[in-house]
Design a protein around this ligand. Structure first.
Ligand code: GLU
Length: 483
């Protein structure tokens, strides 16, 4: 049974790189009928917060990447038989395995102080040796060490790198990777403050949670050697590893805040759809066998195999994301699109008199969606329909100064007042515009631009014949009266 996991450190919002790791693991589990586990790696007490954990969980839910085991998405209670799923709740488990390694001679208590260790490293550097710590000549016997610890003396537990030999991993993304064991010296498993380190917790958890495949970011490749040594010492079966390529910004530097939006939350606030972001990150390091780019969740699951991972770095191309978002957005049924757009309009404080009218929503969205790439793009479009936001914009000054403008406005107002209905259809508007033309005796831009100013306060923008049927006659009159 395939068991995969996503193991974020809750130190902030979910980054797109993290979202990709989560998505790949999720799809892999679904593809092979396996299970997807969410594990919270919160042993770094200074940087991890409960709030960040909640934010990351909210981002995963927004993306529709749901887990079979892990903290419950609402209550955060452990869900599944292999918990606890938060490393900060597993300290006793780590301690137990660390003690076992000490008893078996694979690890030792180290009471050397930071400055003593520093001095050792400096000496090694001075004699041109790698600054790797080795066991002291006299290791404190476990019973004595435990006695000293229980008296409050600070001491770390350090893994003993016993053999000098090469380690090999068949990485599912990168192929065979060789690690000479002398890349690392004896390394800490449990710090002198009692906190176990990432490499140790990760192995214990992956083994006890019966993880079969570890797909994670490339930056963890170098951790794999230490982890393999721990697996071996504890006689745990090794999972398969796959280290996913980096995601770079357009300048080919590692994607970071400098490049603008990088967290899922940034993209959500900017009006991206989760299904578009999902589809986009899917293709940042993986491709479909036939090169298709827009793939439904079911298709993604069907096609997802590790053979299609690309070991070369992916470049984050926001223009492409925008295109993908527009594609998804325009394909949404109107009611669904409205449900997504509405929070943006509310957030912007727009007052839209016909907002409860389903036919009006349908009419406005079908006209506007061709000009929208993101949900946030709806705001300036709908603002045109908010009477309280109406004003004559500075760019209308020239038009307002035309002698013809006054004549057009007068005729426009007169005709609107005389119009019998509540709203004008496109045909009503065109007929009315013709009468204004005759009454005012102007045509061409001297007719059209003053009318546009009377409707939206500016001489350029969305076509008036589309906008007028979206507005009530009373709104049009109120606007024209402000000129
Ligand atoms: N907590 C690690 C991170 O957020 C995960 C490492 C792993 O997947 O092994 O990068």
């Amino acid at each position: 049974m395939v068991r995969v996991r996503f193991a974020p450190s809750p130190t902030g919002y979910l980054h797109v790189g993290g979202a990709r790791t989560a998505l790949y693991n999720f799809l892999y589990a679904r593809r092979y009928g396996g299970q997807f586990i969410l594990r919270i790696e919160d042993t770094d007490l200074e940087r991890s917060t409960e709030e960040a954990m909640r934010m990351q969980i909210a981002d995963l839910k927004w993306l529709g990447i749901l887990w079979d085991e892990g903290p419950h998405p609402e209550s955060l209670q452990d869900l599944g038989p292999h918990g606890p799923y938060r490393q900060s709740h597993r300290k006793d488990i780590y301690r137990q395995y660390a003690e076992r390694l000490v008893d078996e001679g694979r690890a030792y208590y180290d009471f050397r102080t930071d400055s003593e260790l520093e001095a050792i490293k400096e000496k090694l550097i001075a004699s041109e040796k790698p600054p790797q710590i080795e066991a002291p000549a006299q290791i404190v016997p476990p019973a004595e060490a435990r006695e000293r610890i229980s008296r409050g003396e600070p001491g770390a537990i350090r893994f003993r790198v016993a053999e000098k030999r090469d380690y090999f991993v068949q990485d599912l993304v990168r192929g065979e990777v060789r690690f000479p064991s002398d890349m690392v010296g004896d390394f800490v498993l449990v710090r002198s403050n009692g906190m176990p380190v990432y490499n140790f917790c990760c192995v214990i958890d992956d083994a006890l949670m019966k993880i079969t495949h570890v797909f994670r970011a490339e930056e963890h490749l170098s951790n794999t050697l230490r982890q393999m040594m721990i697996y071996e010492a504890l006689k745990f079966p090794l999972p398969q590893f796959g280290h996913l390529s980096f995601i770079l910004g357009p300048d080919k530097q590692k994607l970071s805040k400098r490049h603008g939006a990088t967290s899922c939350n940034d993209f959500r606030l900017r009006g991206y759809l989760p299904e578009a972001l999902n589809n986009f990150i899917l293709l940042s390091g993986w491709s479909s066998p036939d090169g298709r780019e827009i793939l439904s969740r079911d298709e993604q699951i069907q096609l997802f195999t590790h053979e299609r991972f690309n070991p070369a770095p992916a470049v984050f191309d926001e223009t492409k994301l925008l295109w993908m978002n527009a594609t998804y957005l325009r394909a949404l049924p109107t009611e669904e699109l409205w449900a997504r757009v509405e929070p943006f309009l509310r957030e912007a404080g727009l007052q839209l008199p016909q907002v409860e009218n389903v036919a009006w929503r349908e009419q406005t969205l079908s006209a506007f969606k061709t000009s929208m790439q993101t949900l946030a793009d709806a705001v300036p479009l709908y603002r045109l329909l908010d009477d309280s936001a109406f004003s004559v914009k500075p760019e209308a000054q020239e038009v307002c100064a035309w002698p013809e403008a006054k004549k057009v406005w007068q005729a426009w107002l007169q005709e609107l007042r005389a119009f019998p209905g509540e709203k004008l259809s496109e045909a009503d508007f065109l007929a009315l515009q013709d009468r204004v033309k005759d009454l005012a005796g102007v045509k061409g831009k001297h007719l059209f631009q003053p009318i546009r100013v009377a409707v939206i306060g500016q001489p350029q923008g969305t076509e008036v014949k589309l906008l007028v049927p979206m507005m009530k006659k009373s709104s049009l009159i109120a606007r024209a009266e402000k000129l």
